[in-house]
Design a protein around this ligand. Structure first.
Ligand SMILES: Nc1ncnc2c1ncn2[C@@H]1O[C@H](COP(=O)(O)OP(=O)(O)O)[C@@H](O)[C@H]1O
Ligand SMILES: [Mg+2]
Length: 403
């Protein structure tokens, strides 16, 4: 007890020992904070990998939890921890208890890691205030590419210069859907997206379809594919765009991970069909989004029921799936796009229906809603805000200073 410790000389000694113990423990934690996980580049303390730390007669005991027991980096981490702690005056030996993180700690580590990776995301030519909207779904064939193409066109018809990144490397389709074909030019080491004027705006597209024929794209694998996506982002000239739409392959594989890493302020819309059975699959990509710090903007239900000329409503693919999913995700249903033959036809001949939609058109409505939601996607960090303030002040001073 503390009262016992502070009573008498023996107590004083114990208090001193206790103080020394705390000092050493503090010093150990300070040193451990400098040890970085080699893969994530972040402090193992920040990543929550350090557990119990104790000292007894110069012997330090440190618990370190790894993401997996077979972590190939356990050797280097162990070595760095030992070196860091042995450098402290008063520590003669270090015992390291290597363990494995529990699922909760692991999930929070992944979140931190992604946030850190996003904070260090490489600079791209995408303007800082241009929102990036990823169109995703758990599975193929639900209409992602059709939604992406029509959303892009609708945004352009609202006067925006829309960058479109077709990140579906194997299943690219946007060159055909938007009828933007040709050869990509390189200017100053950057690929220049191909353009199509959509009055009063414009659509600029980069797609694997511009670089490879379908057969050779199929042979691309893993790393090469990630590199291709990274190049479309980093080595392309996206300057001047107001907003970017990204079409993705189904699911949450490597390509989507790469996008999440390189486009930190990306928001996601999840496309689903009205079938209730499809919800679980769609929910997975939303779940992935939240784990990767990607903001979910909402759900688009595609292939919804339609009113036929006979006056009856037909819903061959079911009813209510989009609403259910939006509710389950605590998000909103952004649009309900009916099954319609002209969507297929428009896709085939490169004339998306959004080109000829009126004021009340479903894609126009979706585009407006996206523009409403998008400003929240590009949060300007403190440093950037400070820089902006400085710049304004300097310009102001330069304008009003007397010569
Ligand atoms: N609302 C719709 N009505 C009718 N057909 C549609 C609709 N949306 C998409 N399609 C068609 O469904 C097929 C799959 O669409 P696509 O956009 O390629 O899906 P994904 O990109 O998710 O694989 C295409 O043939 C497309 O023309
Ligand atoms: Mg597609």
């Amino acid at each position: 007890m503390l009262t016992d410790i502070v009573a008498g000389a023996a107590g004083n000694e114990a208090a001193n020992r206790y103080g020394r113990f705390m000092e050493l423990r503090e010093a150990i934690l300070e040193r451990l904070a400098l040890v970085r996980d080699p893969e994530l580049g972040a402090s193992i303390v920040d990543l929550g990998m350090v557990g119990e730390v104790s000292v007894d007669q110069g012997v330090a005991r440190v618990a370190v939890a790894l993401t997996t027991a077979a972590c190939p980096l356990r050797g280097p981490i162990e070595r760095d921890v030992r070196d860091a702690v042995l450098g402290i005056d008063g520590i003669s030996e270090v015992l390291i208890d290597l363990g494995v993180m529990d699922p909760g700690a692991k999930a929070s580590l992944m979140k931190t890691a992604r946030r850190l990776a996003q904070a260090r995301a490489p600079l791209t030519s995408i303007p800082r205030d241009a929102p990036v909207i990823m169109v995703a779904s758990g599975k193929g064939g639900v209409g992602k590419s059709s939604v992406a193409a029509n959303l892009a066109v609708a945004l352009a018809r609202l006067g925006r210069h829309v960058g479109v990144l077709d990140a579906d490397i194997w299943g690219f389709s946007l060159a055909r859907l938007l009828d933007i074909t040709g050869e990509v030019q390189v200017r100053g080491k950057k690929m220049v997206p191909l353009e199509r004027d959509v009055d009063p705006g414009r659509v600029s597209l980069l797609s694997m379809g511009h670089l490879a024929d379908e057969r050779s794209a199929l042979m691309w694998r893993g790393l090469v594919v990630q590199k291709a996506v990274a190049q479309f982002i980093e080595d392309a000239d996206w300057s001047g765009i107001d907003v970017m739409v990204v079409d993705t392959p189904p699911g949450t594989g490597d390509i989507v991970m790469t996008l999440a890493r390189l486009l930190p302020h990306m928001g996601q819309i999840v496309v689903t069909t009205p079938s209730r059975a499809a919800q679980e699959v769609a929910a997975r990509s939303a779940d992935f989004a939240s784990r990767s710090n990607i903001r979910l903007l909402g759900v688009v239900e595609n292939m919804s029921g339609f009113a036929c000329e006979c006056g009856r409503q037909h819903s061959p693919l079911g009813v209510g799936g989009g609403e259910d999913l939006a509710r389950d995700l605590g998000s909103e249903l952004l649009a309900r796009i009916p099954l319609r033959a002209d969507l297929v036809g428009g896709g085939d001949d490169g004339q998306p229906v959004a080109l000829s939609e009126g004021e009340e058109g479903v894609f126009r409505g979706l585009a407006r809603r996206i523009l409403d939601l998008a400003p929240g996607l590009a949060p300007v960090g403190c440093t950037a805000r400070l820089l902006d303030a400085l710049e304004t002040a300097v310009t102001h001073a330069a304008t009003y200073s007397t010569p």
